[in-house]
Design a protein around this ligand. Structure first.
Ligand SMILES: [Zn+2]
Length: 92
């Protein structure tokens, strides 16, 4: 099944699919960089890049100097937030 979303968020929750977004890097991603380009996106929209430890700062700076960077969280935290957004997720 190909969904357009897979292009926007290449690292899905599937195990092994979360690879750093840095060019040429195939390291496992540890960080999620959430960003928004106000010239292209509505304010609520969040694009995401994945980063390994080595590239987190580089990618953050790339987005930060342009004023695009909104949030940097660990992949675990990002997935926890996504899960928390699911209706019906109980307290645990
Ligand atoms: Zn990397």
């Amino acid at each position: 099944m190909n969904s357009p979303d897979s292009l926007l968020f290449p690292g899905s929750a599937d195990a092994g699919a979360t690879v750093c977004s840095a060019k040429g890097c195939r390291s496992a991603a540890v960080w999620v960089l959430a960003w928004n380009n106000p010239k292209l996106h509505t304010p609520q929209r969040r694009k995401t890049w994945l980063a390994c430890d080595e590239h987190r700062e580089h990618l953050s700076q790339f987005l930060g100097v342009r004023g695009f960077l909104k949030d940097v969280v660990t992949l675990a935290e990002w997935e926890k937030r996504a899960a928390a957004d699911e209706p019906g997720a109980g307290d645990d």
